[in-house]
Design a protein around this ligand. Structure first.
Ligand code: PLP
Length: 409
């Protein structure tokens, strides 16, 4: 059965060119890149070339990258590596409440150790309140962390301004770039971020590989969390050549397609929104109506349980939010943090687009979603005897329906 895939924030299909680039390193070129012989040297050359491609995608020097198993490990390496084991309050960190669990749970682990961990304030658009962040920072602040692009609502954080605030206070800024690299232009040097995580499987690369960018000037402020052969000083473990090569190819393709991809996804988003607004009463958009990325479209379908909708569709794959939260009975903590009422949060679904998707598939997918949503809404009416109200005013002005992000320049 063909499945129309509208869940490209959870993961993406590995590109055929990526698979082709990887295969020789699983077969004839299987050498360990740390080995001194010819096979090792060939693997090392491939790793170096891939490092160059990843670095180019984010505006970094290749020497400032460390390969890891993905953004989760990169977040752990950065955020745990900035603290000594015996450090306690008043040493502190600040986390963003809409971030992926891989950052928030590290924050909780640090708090369990006895460090002070503060939570930033975000607005209804999901953007960090910079004045509030400035107030959280003090001479004991070690690091603040935020995702450049939010995985549930697509909000883009003002990371350059956050970095400046952190540096003024003597703190570092860690950025989770898992949803940003390959989707928006990134220049880590220009934004002046200190560390940034990236992940290959979000941009048509393989799962199980990512990287951490470390600004060379702050390298001495980080210590490893894994010890071993010292393949990279910060991260030991045999370098998985095939995965790294796959990541490099995926980053190369992502960089080449960045501008055209943005335009294409803007058009797909406009199509999806038109269909949704015309096809279901009271559809609203969650998140930032002005500055989010086009590929994340999080909408309220009033009166429909998002979980029921997502799990009852067989030929369309979409989700109610981050893959690691799905299945939870609680409303999305991301939507809750930006002030979406619980009823709307429970009626929200996330559609994540990709430039390679055909318009025909998108239209068919959204129509199937709408058909099922209308059926579920009818069931709700039959059970409760009334339509769930769509037009209740909210304190939080979320849901401006129809704006599409500006062209990428
Ligand atoms: C913002 C963000 N951070 C981190 C991750 C985890 O990435 P990985 O699967 O590479 O560990 C994800 C995706 O699941 C994500 O969307």
């Amino acid at each position: 059965m063909r499945i129309i895939y509208l869940d490209n924030c959870a993961t993406t299909r590995v590109d055929d060119e990526v698979v082709d680039a990887m295969l020789p390193f699983l077969r004839e070129d299987f050498g360990n890149p740390s080995s001194p012989h010819l096979l090792g040297k060939r693997a090392r050359r491939a790793v170096d070339a891939a490092t160059e491609s990843v670095a180019q995608l984010i505006g970094a020097d290749p020497e400032s990258l460390v390969f890891t198993s993905g953004a989760t490990e990169s977040n752990n390496l950065a955020l745990l590596g900035m603290f000594g084991h015996d450090e306690r309050s008043p040493v502190n960190a600040a986390v963003c409440p809409t971030d992926h669990k891989s950052s928030l749970s590290i924050g909780r682990a640090l708090a369990d150790r006895g460090l002070d961990v503060a939570t930033m304030r975000v607005g209804p658009d999901g953007r960090v309140d910079l004045g509030h962040l400035a107030g959280l920072l003090d001479p004991f602040s070690r690091v603040a962390t935020a995702a450049w692009v939010n995985s549930e609502i697509g909000t883009v954080q003002p990371v350059a301004r956050m970095a400046a605030l952190c540096h003024d206070a003597g703190a570092l800024l860690h950025v989770d770039g898992a949803q940003a690299a390959g989707r928006i232009p990134i220049d880590v040097r220009e934004a002046d971020v200190d560390t940034m995580s990236v992940s290959a499987h979000k941009v048509h690369g393989p799962k199980g590989v990512g990287a951490l960018y470390v600004r060379p000037e702050i390298r001495h402020r980080l210590r490893p969390v894994l010890f071993g052969g010292g393949q990279y000083a910060l991260r030991s473990g045999t370098i998985p050549t095939h995965l790294v090569v796959g990541m490099g190819k995926a980053c190369e393709l992502a960089l080449a397609g960045l501008t055209a991809g943005w335009q294409r996804v803007r058009a797909l988003r406009a199509t999806a929104l038109d269909l949704l607004v015309a096809g279901f009463p009271g559809v609203r958009v969650n998140g930032d109506p002005d500055g989010g990325v086009p590929h994340v479209l999080n909408v309220v379908l009033p009166g429909v349980r998002g979980e029921s909708l997502v799990s009852s569709l067989r030929s369309v794959a979409l989700s109610t939010g981050s893959a690691c939260n799905s299945g939870s009975q609680e409303p999305s903590y991301v939507l809750t943090a930006i002030g979406v009422p619980a009823e709307d949060a429970n009626s929200s679904v996330r559609i994540c687009l990709d430039p390679r998707m055909s318009t025909e598939d998108l239209v068919l997918g959204v129509e199937l979603v709408l058909e099922r949503a209308r059926a579920l809404a009818d069931v709700a009416v039959a059970m409760h005897g009334h339509h769930v109200p769509h037009d209740v005013p909210h304190d939080v002005p979320h849901g401006v329906p129809h704006r599409v992000p500006e062209p990428l320049v």
